[in-house]
Design a protein around this ligand. Structure first.
Ligand SMILES: Nc1ncnc2c1ncn2[C@@H]1O[C@H](COP(=O)(O)OP(=O)(O)OP(=O)(O)O)[C@@H](O)[C@H]1O
Length: 307
C-alpha cells in the first residue's frame, strides 16, 4: 500500500483581492513526481506556500504524511524540502557558508551534510566563489541543495528551471531524476516549461483560476492525447492546408507558427494523404508524427488549443 504524502480537501485561500485557491482536492502518493500546471496567478505558489506553512488556508483541510493537527503538521514539515520562488542566499558567502547558515537554522548537526548536498547538485567544486557571483543555474542548484539539507522525503519545487539556460535545465532535470529514482523522494514541481515537465512527471494536476480542473497520469496522457501529423513544405502553407481541408473533409487542419501544417492523426488515411501531396506536386520537406504533447493537451483543456 502506498502512503499518502499530501492530501487536500476543499482547500481554499481567499485574499482581499480575490480567491487564490478554490476548494482544491488532491493527493500526492509516496514516490509520485507530480507536475503542477497552470497559468500565471492560477494558485500554484499559494498551494506550495500553504504546504510550507507560510500561508494559512481560509477553508478546507490538509494532511502531510497523514498528520492534520497544527503541531503535527509542523513536525511533518521537517520531512519536506522547499524551494519556493527564488532561493534566499547570502551573496557575500560561498556555497558552504550559506549551507552552514541553513544547517544552524534547521538544527542540522551532521557536519558532513553540506558537502554531501553540494555533491548531489554538482556544486562540490564551486569552492570559495561567493554566491553573489553565481550564474542563475548555480544559484538554483544551490537552492535545491538547501532544500535537501534535511534529507526530505518530499520535495516541493516552485518553477525550479525558470530562467535557466538549456544546459541548466538539463542539469536540474538530472538532479531531480536522481532524487526520484535513486532516493525515492516524492516531488511536487510547478513549471511553465511543459515539454520539460513531461520528461519528469508521472502525474499532472491542472489548475485554472484556483481550481484543480483535472488530474491525469503520464500513462493516461499517452493514451488520451492526440498524435499529430506535421508536414513542412516550401509551397504556400495556406493553399496546401485549404486543399487538404477540402479533400480530407476536415476542419481541424491548422498552420503552426513555424509554418508547418498540422492535423490530428486519428481518422487520417496516411496513404491517401501522401498520394494527395504527390498528385498535387507539393514538395514535402518534412513529415512527422508527433508524440502526445503535454503543452497541446493543456492548451486544449483550457480552451486555447487553436484548433
Ligand atoms: N500575498 C498575496 N496577497 C494578495 N494576493 C495574492 C498574494 N499571493 C498571491 N496572491 C494572488 O493569488 C493568486 C494566485 O497567485 P499564485 O502566486 O499562487 O499563482 P501561481 O499559479 O503561482 O502563478 P505564477 O505562475 O505566476 O507563479 C493571484 O491572483 C495572486 O495575485
Amino acid at each position: 500500500m502506498t502512503a499518502t504524502v499530501f492530501e487536500a480537501e476543499g482547500l481554499s485561500k481567499e485574499y482581499p483581492s480575490g480567491v487564490a485557491l478554490d476548494q482544491l482536492c488532491m493527493s500526492i502518493e509516496a514516490g509520485d513526481v507530480y507536475g503542477f500546471v497552470g497559468e500565471n496567478g492560477a494558485g500554484k505558489t499559494t498551494l506550495m506556500r500553504i504546504i510550507g506553512g507560510l500561508v494559512h488556508p481560509t477553508a478546507g483541510r490538509m494532511a502531510l504524511f497523514g498528520e492534520q493537527s497544527k503541531e503535527r503538521l509542523a513536525s511533518a514539515r521537517r520531512r519536506i524540502g522547499f524551494l519556493i520562488e527564488r532561493p534566499s542566499l547570502y551573496p557575500h558567502m560561498n556555497a558552504m557558508e550559506n549551507l552552514g547558515f541553513y544547517c544552524r537554522i534547521f538544527g542540522i548537526r551532521d557536519r558532513g551534510r553540506g558537502a554531501e548536498v553540494l555533491k548531489l547538485v554538482g556544486l562540490d567544486e564551486a569552492g570559495p566563489k561567493k554566491t553573489g557571483e553565481y550564474s542563475l543555474g548555480m544559484r538554483q542548484r544551490l537552492g535545491i541543495a538547501v532544500a535537501l539539507l534535511n534529507r526530505p522525503e518530499f520535495l516541493v519545487l516552485d518553477e525550479p528551471v525558470n530562467g535557466l539556460d538549456p544546459a541548466g535545465i538539463v542539469e536540474v532535470r538530472h538532479i531531480l531524476e536522481h532524487l526520484s529514482h535513486e532516493q525515492g523522494v516524492t516531488l511536487l514541481i510547478s513549471s511553465h516549461i511543459l515539454s520539460e515537465l513531461q520528461l519528469l512527471a508521472g502525474k499532472y494536476g491542472f489548475i485554472h483560476q484556483g481550481r484543480l480542473i483535472q488530474e491525469i497520469s503520464a500513462a493516461e496522457l499517452q493514451q488520451t492525447a492526440q498524435v499529430m501529423i506535421c508536414i513542412s513544405t516550401s509551397s504556400p502553407a495556406a493553399a496546401v492546408a485549404e486543399m487538404l481541408r477540402q479533400e480530407l473533409r476536415r476542419g481541424d487542419i491548422r498552420i503552426k507558427q513555424t509554418g508547418e501544417i498540422e492535423l490530428p492523426r486519428s481518422g487520417v488515411d496516411l496513404e491517401r494523404l501522401m498520394s494527395l501531396l504527390v498528385q498535387r506536386e507539393i514538395p514535402v520537406d518534412g513529415f512527422q508524427l508527433t508524440a502526445p504533447n503535454l503543452e497541446q493537451y493543456y492548451m486544449d483543456l483550457i480552451g486555447g488549443g487553436g484548433r
